[in-house]
Design a protein around this ligand. Structure first.
Ligand code: ATP
Length: 449
């Protein structure tokens, strides 16, 4: 299937079924802004929960944080964002298109979409540096003294809280601080649906290590983060790790590799795992005058830890999960569209479908649904033929459909249909919750009973 087709189909399905809508649509939209609908909000929350569980909950060397979006502008001076967080911007004098000068091969002339900027008759201006941070004002007076920035990354909120976390949670390197939250960048060329937007969510973790130990942890986090996507069902052959060349590295970074996914529009970054040295802690130490160091009781010395940073995009990950899950199949001469999302990510875990709207079947289905919905998001659908109802659930990725039929009242059992194999199994009503639990959370549930 051509790449544009897959993306167009995904955008259309997302809108039609309530995953993602164009933002401000009734006012004509706002370029590259998106709103998550009823199913999208569940999917995205599941992505964040899975990251938090793997990164914070299941480890005893990482703690969480939720820092403010608005911080002192000093933070962004110290981090280098005020001076350096720029992209080179060029304009086409003919069509007035604006482009990122360092990425022309991936951009197209708005008037001649088969050509890259500069390859048409239009003349390009000299590149000028454009700061990507959104500015705002704190307080009622719009004057320079009150300028603040919407954070362009969540990482700096972690660095400036290094000492707070160290003392309040009694940690010592190696340990990490993780955070999920909104970031804002005034991107010159947003696009590709959720891939690049001006407002997005990040899932970032700064892992502080003794300087001698950075290499081991750098390797470790590359592996851990790569496998996270595989564990959540992404095809291994559509993932790769790409080590940055020396010319790609930020000035503070000594090594960096990206987890990339083969999107319909090509291989692109999902997340970066960077070795940031002690750059950020030293910058904030210098500017704030507050030492951000760790006192090692063994050597009786203070030192500044080195940092390994896995930084992922939540919306980008969500897009990758959607792209990877989107499947068209021929079933009995008909086309079936199915989102083969990992059950943990699926917005609805089980749909309850009374076979017909009589003989007490809807009531029985409702009662069962109520019990299961205390544990999982569920859905009830009594309208249309059963085959159509299955297809509707396939299209939104619901892994299990539970059918209540005429026999249920006699044998206290229901039919559970598996989304991917489409096989059906008879399950006793009183076993349904543990049956679903086992399949959705796998061996996890045996530990918590
Ligand atoms: P890119 O090169 O794609 O602009 P980056 O290397 O600048 O990304 P980082 O600063 O390392 O990105 O941010 C970490 C992660 O945050 C990225 O891997 C990506 O998943 C996500 N991210 C960054 N910018 C955006 C954006 N404009 N829209 C959506 N997600 C983003």
């Amino acid at each position: 299937m051509p790449a544009e087709d897959t993306m167009a189909k995904l955008v259309s399905l997302s809108k039609r079924r309530g995953f993602v809508y164009p933002a401000s649509e009734i006012y004509g939209g706002l370029a590259s802004s998106w709103d998550y609908g009823p199913l999208g909000v569940e999917l995205k929350r599941n992505v964040k929960d899975a990251w938090w569980q793997a990164t914070v909950q299941e480890r005893d060397d990482v703690v969480g944080l939720d820092s403010a979006i608005l911080q002192s502008p000093e933070v962004w001076r110290a981090s280098g964002h005020v001076d350096n967080f720029t992209d080179p911007l060029i304009d086409c004098k003919k069509c007035k298109g604006r482009f990122r000068a360092d990425d022309l091969q991936n951009q197209y002339c708005p008037e001649k979409p088969s050509k890259h900027p500069g390859e048409c008759e239009g003349e390009l201006t000299e590149a000028r540096q454009f700061n990507l941070m959104f500015k705002t004002f704190v307080g009622p007076v719009e004057e320079d003294a009150s300028v603040a920035y919407l954070r362009p990354e969540t990482a700096q909120g972690i660095f400036i809280n290094f000492s707070n976390v160290l003392t309040s949670s009694r940690r010592k390197p190696p340990f990490g601080i993780a955070q999920i939250g909104k970031s804002f960048r005034n991107e010159i060329t947003p696009g590709n649906f959720l891939f690049r937007t001006r407002e997005f969510e990040q899932m970032e973790m700064e892992f502080f290590v003794p300087p001698d130990d950075w290499e081991r942890w750098y390797q470790e986090w590359q592996k851990t983060r790569f496998e996270w996507y595989v564990d959540l069902g992404v095809r291994r052959d559509r993932l790769r790790l790409r080590e940055h060349g020396a010319d790609e590295l930020a000035h503070y970074s000594r090594a960096c590799s990206d987890v990339e996914y083969e999107f319909p529009f090509g291989w692109s970054e999902l997340e970066g795992i960077a070795f940031r040295t002690d750059y950020d802690l030293l910058q904030h130490t210098e500017r704030s005058g507050k030492p951000l160091k760790f006192f090692d009781p063994q050597s009786k010395e203070h030192y500044t830890p080195y940092v390994i940073e896995p930084a992922a995009g939540c919306d980008r990950a969500t897009l990758a999960f959607l792209c990877d899950a989107y499947t068209e199949e021929q079933v009995e001469g008909e086309e079936r569209v199915v989102l083969k999302l990992h059950p943990r990510l699926a917005p609805i875990k089980a749909a309850f479908l009374p076979l017909v709207k009589k003989e007490g079947m809807p009531e029985r289905a409702r009662k069962l649904q109520q019990a299961v919905s205390r544990r999982f998001p569920t859905f009830f659908d009594a309208a249309a033929a059963i085959g159509r109802r299955y297809r509707r659930q396939d299209e939104v990725g619901t892994p299990y459909c539970v059918t209540i039929d005429g026999q249920t009242a006699e044998d206290q059992a229901v039919t559970v249909r598996d989304r991917d194999s489409m096989t059906q199994e008879r399950v006793a009503e009183d076993q349904l919750l543990s049956f679903l639990d086992e399949r959705i959370h796998g061996s996890l549930t045996s530990a918590d009973g």
